[in-house]
Design a protein around this ligand. Structure first.
Ligand code: SF4
Length: 363
């Protein structure tokens, strides 16, 4: 049985211009109906009562009212008794003392805040309705309620963003003493406000310079990079996200969530109205052994430590070097992959060309 659960809250109070996630404009009535559907979905699925992690993401989980958040935590209570890491994503625009109290009361012990940038002009340009001060207040509230394991999401390669603006944002983020940071470069998807307006991210060279600068800066500040886009203080790596990268099974609950269980990947319906009618509507993709071997490599190579070769052998009954015979040797010879302490990983230099490596592995 899966030991990790992702729950997707599809509501947002307003739409960010770069957003391509499943989201629905929040209304109290719709959110109440959605909570009933989530309750039904959980009762119809046989969920492991001994979960290791729960991650509530979105959308914007904090777009729910305090009472609705409480309702959600009550629904999840039968599964949260042994949870080691209980995370919720927070938008500083929709967070307050009452919600912080609610998180504490139900055992949430990790928060992921959408910080993005501290630059007021850029926040406005990307359609975020909060300020650096709001993030600061959110951090204070969380810490006052005993939630000290806090991750900040930071965006770079934003239209009009200079290296100077980026440096200031990273310094401002660090000044808030997070335990974890996640980096996202702007991707302009067609069906977003940016896509429709023809906005373009910065050129590839500037984007690469920005990424390199952030990686070096965070390492200097004591954050170790454990995944392409994720940095943490010692011992504060995200357990939940590591389950994805280690290719473990996980439940996906809620409209717009995805999951993987027993060799099947599934995407729950993205349509809220369909979900409200039947919360079990989903699209299933059966995974054959070849798919799974490749996907495990694809996810594992995102980790700095790489993919555990013993785990691969245990799972598939074949050594990695046999499964990818010829290709692996070529990649080792080129210096794009290395084997160390029972793990196969990218080198520092080849992290940036992971997609090229994966294409070679796939061929
Ligand atoms: S980025 Fe997050 S908060 Fe913004 S619209 Fe998308 S899901 Fe909602």
């Amino acid at each position: 049985m899966a030991e990790y659960l992702y729950l997707h809250v599809p509501f947002c109070r307003h739409i960010c211009y770069y957003c391509d996630f499943t989201h629905v404009a929040y209304t109290k009535n719709k959110a109440d109906e959605w909570l009933e559907a989530v309750e039904k979905e959980l009762s119809l699925k046989r969920i492991n009562p001994c979960l290791k992690t729960i991650y509530i993401g979105g959308g914007t989980p904090t777009s729910l009212s305090k009472d609705q958040l409480e309702h959600l935590f009550r629904i999840l209570k039968p599964y949260s008794a042994n949870v080691q890491e209980y995370t919720i994503e927070i938008n500083p625009e929709t967070f307050d003392k009452d919600k912080a109290g609610c998180l504490k009361a139900y055992g949430v012990n990790r928060a992921s805040i959408g910080f993005q940038t501290s630059d007021p002009g850029l926040l406005k340009a990307i359609g975020r309705n909060h300020s650096y001060e709001d993030v600061k207040k959110t951090m204070v509230l969380l810490k006052e309620h005993g939630i000290r394991n806090i991750s900040l999401d930071l965006m770079y390669s934003l239209p009009g963003q200079t290296m100077e603006m980026l440096r200031k944002s990273v310094e401002d983020a660090l000044a808030l003493s997070p335990t974890h940071m996640s980096l996202y470069s702007l991707l302009v998807e067609e069906n977003t406000v940016f896509g429709r307006r023809g906005i373009e991210p910065l050129d590839e060279e500037t984007e690469a310079d920005m990424y390199e600068w952030i990686c070096e800066k965070l390492e200097r500040e004591g954050f170790h990079q454990y995944e392409i886009s994720n940095f943490s203080l010692e011992g504060k790596e995200s357990l939940h996200n590591q389950a994805y990268w280690k290719y473990d099974d996980f439940y996906g609950i809620g409209c717009g969530a995805s999951g993987k269980e027993n060799h099947i990947r599934y995407d729950n319906t993205k349509s809220l109205s369909l979900y409200l009618k039947d919360p079990l509507i989903k699209e299933e993709i059966p995974l054959n052994t070849k798919d799974e071997m490749f996907e495990m490599a694809m996810m594992g190579l995102r980790l700095k430590q790489g993919m555990d070769l013993n785990c691969f052998t245990e799972r598939f009954g074949i050594h990695f070097e046999e499964a990818f015979a010829g290709k692996m040797e070529r990649l080792l010879e080129k210096g794009w992959l290395k084997i160390e302490k029972g793990h196969i990983s990218c080198t520092k230099e080849s992290f940036g060309i992971l997609n090229t490596i994966l294409i070679e592995l796939m061929d």
